[in-house]
Write a protein that binds this ligand. Sequence first.
Ligand SMILES: [Fe+2]
Length: 196
Amino acid sequence: MNESLPLNRTQAIELLKSMNQEESNMNHYLESEAIMKKLAERFGMNVNYWGMLGLLHDVDWADTKDNWAEHTIKAEEILKEKGFDEDFIQIIQSHGYGYVEIPIHKEKERKEKVENSLAAAETLTGLIYAYALMRGGKISDMESKGLKKKFKDKSFAANCDREIILEIEKTGLELSEFLELAIDAMKGIKDEIGLN
Ligand SMILES: [Fe+2]
């Protein structure tokens, strides 16, 4: 697989910002990027490539949030135009697999390590952020034990799909280690995402 990237990180962020993003969405992209980078390090994969997948996975969100059936579909045009290849685009699209709201992806299943990682990472950001807000915006002393309790409490941040987060175990990583790694990733960018 060719893992060269047509945009650098600054250009990718410019692209996202050019699309009329809400601040909270920008945070979500940066968090997904940070967790994907940690996962790539952990698995010995290409850190820049995995980071870019996290950063751009919702590149069409500003255009599709009111029309979910198009989510990840529109991304194809946007990314193609910027020079991203089929492999990159397919991995991005795989985070929409299984969603009934996206008919074209409904029956598809994630099989690759990078696909499971992306879906799990981008879903976990919401749980960690909600937990940090519950703690007054503090993440610097957050521990995975507390987060795991919130993971088990299905009524907490109920829209964070636990099944998708658990997909990380298909990569061979245990949930506990994933939670720890993801908290670490988000601690590393806490100032950028408005946490302390
Ligand atoms: Fe996302």
